[in-house]
Design a protein around this ligand. Structure first.
Ligand code: ASP
Length: 354
């Protein structure tokens, strides 16, 4: 389906940092962060949009390796503050942790009814072969796009990169150097961008009429993600699992959710579960889902109290767990919700039980 964005839509661009915001100083030839207060002066192409563009800048801009829950809360507050007066949001972000931010925001911006489009680039916007201009222009276009009745085309948290619009909580950074840096292995793109923007209407989520926009700023980061590997030392696992401050564990298992059937691991998981810790199983594979009922190894994990993360990315599982642990829920409710889709992050209800 093709749509013409309606004129004079209002888009807020939030620059957090990352490669995209760098521009060459004409005199010294060095790369410096762009002043986003004057974004249209620096990027005259943007004047061709018939939108009202405004900008908000993190000061100082950060490399996205420094992204953290307090800054996600800041993004939520900025969006909430401008929510009524803005049609769509573009977040410029370093690519390295963009998938974590997109995942976190998809839960923190509950009942979102407007597009929040994250983008960045592999080359600074101020260098000749940059992918930044195209990504930024596409992101603005998608954040502003509305149907004939003025309703936003994609009222979700998304990542726009390399001519595709991906659901944020399904995305992962897949390449450190290709312009097509992001992949969404378990969910098709929400839109592809060519001469026209082709929306994948069947995939796009629209909140129901009764859902109200409810921003959340609290996250509990008492979580850890552990990648299993052959030869992992029991003492290290036990040391981490026994930490009294730990509330949630993302276990990155093999294949369709398998782990060593060693008593030390199963006992450590069972003890942690008993103490009210939430243990979630996600696969180390890029594509596909955890199915613990499939092999005896997975079955043992189920018995020890592990819950299925289905086909969630690790970025999504970590941030979803932080979000749920900050809600007023008991461990059993958190376990149940980890396997339940809240924002399109998991393909089917993963209610694997014994
Ligand atoms: N290190 C940078 C960052 O994630 C890379 C980038 O912007 O793409 O902030």
């Amino acid at each position: 389906m093709r749509t013409q964005p309606s004129p004079q839509r209002r888009v807020l661009i939030i620059y957090t940092g990352g490669t995209i915001g760098m521009i060459k100083n004409a005199k010294s030839g060095t790369l410096e962060p762009l002043n986003f207060d004057n974004i249209q002066r620096h990027l005259p192409e943007l004047q061709e949009f018939d939108y009202h563009l405004s900008a908000h800048q993190f000061n100082p801009p950060i490399d996205s390796s420094d992204m953290r829950p307090a800054l996600w809360a800041r993004l939520v507050n900025i969006i909430a503050e401008h929510y009524e007066s803005t049609d769509g949001f573009v977040i410029l972000h370093g690519t390295d942790t963009m998938a974590y931010t997109a995942s976190a925001l998809s839960f923190m911006l509950e009942g979102l009814q407007k597009p929040v489009v994250l983008t960045g680039s592999q080359l600074p916007i101020g260098v000749l072969r940059t992918d930044g201009k195209e990504n930024l222009i596409n992101a603005i276009e998608l954040a502003a796009a509305a149907d004939d009745e003025g309703r936003p085309m994609v009222p979700e948290v998304c990542i726009c990169f390399g001519n595709r619009l991906l659901r944020g909580n399904r995305s992962t950074k897949a390449s450190a150097d290709h312009f097509d840096a992001f992949a969404s292995y378990n969910c098709p793109p929400l839109a592809t961008i060519g001469i026209n923007v082709n929306y994948n209407q069947n995939q796009i989520l629209h909140p129901s009429g009764e859902q109200r926009f409810t921003p959340h700023t609290e996250l509990d980061n008492s979580v850890i993600a552990i990648t299993l590997f052959p030869g992992i030392r029991p003492q290290f696992i036990e040391y981490v699992f026994e930490n009294p401050d730990l509330r949630g564990i993302i276990l990155r298992t093999f294949g369709s959710g398998n782990a060593p059937q060693q008593p030390w691991l199963l006992n450590a998981i069972a003890a942690a579960t008993e103490e009210g810790k939430v243990v979630v199983n996600v696969t180390q594979c890029d594509a596909g889902a955890v199915e613990m009922g499939l092999y005896e190894t997975g079955n043992q994990l189920l018995k020890a109290g592990v819950v299925s993360g289905g086909d969630m990315t690790v970025e999504c599982a970590v941030t979803k767990l932080m979000y749920l642990l900050a809600q007023d829920l008991d461990a059993e409710e958190v376990r149940k919700l980890m396997s339940t889709p809240l924002a399109g992050e998991i393909s089917v209800p993963q209610c694997e039980t014994l």
